[in-house]
Ligand binder design. Structure first.
Ligand SMILES: CCc1cc(N2CCCCCC2)n2ncc(-c3ccc(F)cc3)c2n1
Length: 258
């Protein structure tokens, strides 16, 4: 890919990762990157391994991408770890998935503290097993004063139910006289979503060649740049994230304008 630098055309594909990171940091870094982490089962199948091996490798990729996102200066990294539809998977697979947060936080929390990373979540945690909730809530509590990258896990999350819940809350407020019909605006709904305290995603990445949103942040992604890759999530690397950011920086976002 060619980039204009100091008046010269540079083929950045010939540069090292470190050099490309330094160049990328001279241009706007997407404040909020959201990732649909697909391809874990397929990664395992290609290696004649059980699906859960793909999930476990995918968890290691979350760690790797979190480090790199933090180094790049990304402010919020939202990762779609478990959707409301995922409960339909075989019980042994769901049980394995529900142990990943315990393993991830048990091994990575000290480094996240060093890196000033804050752990947050969106979704309904009430259906998660007690050990999953415990690990999650402890990590959120321990990191709540950190001011660096926000690592935001979408767990038991579904966008349509998030929007219905927001609307029900607003309707209840109208009934209680806390809101009037004139108060019902796009900003009002946005403020009632689980992501109210976060900037809207600037860049959405989806791996493994799937090109759909899968009930993920449907309202919030209205003006987000999308970047799709055939790379399977367990194979996703710093190189892939940097390519997505470099491509993002090439696009001039119009938010519907000219
Ligand atoms: C509960 C489902 C699940 C699945 C999952 N996968 C499997 C699916 C996608 C690929 C990534 C690996 N990961 N990876 C990290 C977490 C995690 C969640 C919360 C937390 F506080 C710390 C880590 C995770 N959680």
């Amino acid at each position: 890919m060619f980039k204009k630098l100091l008046g010269k055309q540079i083929n950045i594909d010939t540069l090292s990762l470190e050099e490309r990171v330094a160049i990328a940091k001279n241009e706007p870094i997407p404040a909020h990157v959201a990732i649909i982490m697909d391809g874990n089962g397929r990664w395992a199948k290609k290696r004649a391994m059980p699906r859960v091996a793909g999930h476990h490798e995918g968890m290691k990729t979350v760690r790797k991408v979190t480090r790199f996102a933090s180094d790049l200066g990304i402010k919020v990294l939202t990762v779609y770890a478990f959707s409301t539809e995922n409960w339909k998977r075989p019980k042994p697979e769901v049980d394995f998935l529900m142990r990943l947060p315990v393993e991830f936080l048990g091994s990575f929390l000290p480094e996240m503290m060093e890196r000033n990373v804050r752990v947050e979540m969106i979704g309904d945690p009430s259906l998660l097993p007690a050990h999953t909730q415990k690990a999650l809530f402890e990590a959120m509590e321990e990191t709540k004063y950190n001011t660096g990258l926000i690592l935001n896990f979408a767990l038991n999350y579904g966008s349509r139910s998030e929007m219905v819940n927001a609307m029900k809350t607003m309707l209840q407020k109208v009934q209680d006289g806390q809101l009037t019909m004139q108060d019902i605006t796009e900003e009002c709904l946005t403020s009632h979503l689980m992501t109210a305290h976060l900037p809207e995603p600037d860049l959405l990445i989806r791996t493994s060649g799937e090109v759909r949103l899968s009930n993920f942040m449907l309202w919030q992604l209205a003006y987000t740049e999308f970047w799709f890759t055939d790379t399977l999530w367990p194979d996703f690397s710093e190189e892939n994230l940097l390519k997505a950011v470099e491509n993002y920086q090439k696009r001039n976002r119009r938010y519907g304008g000219l």
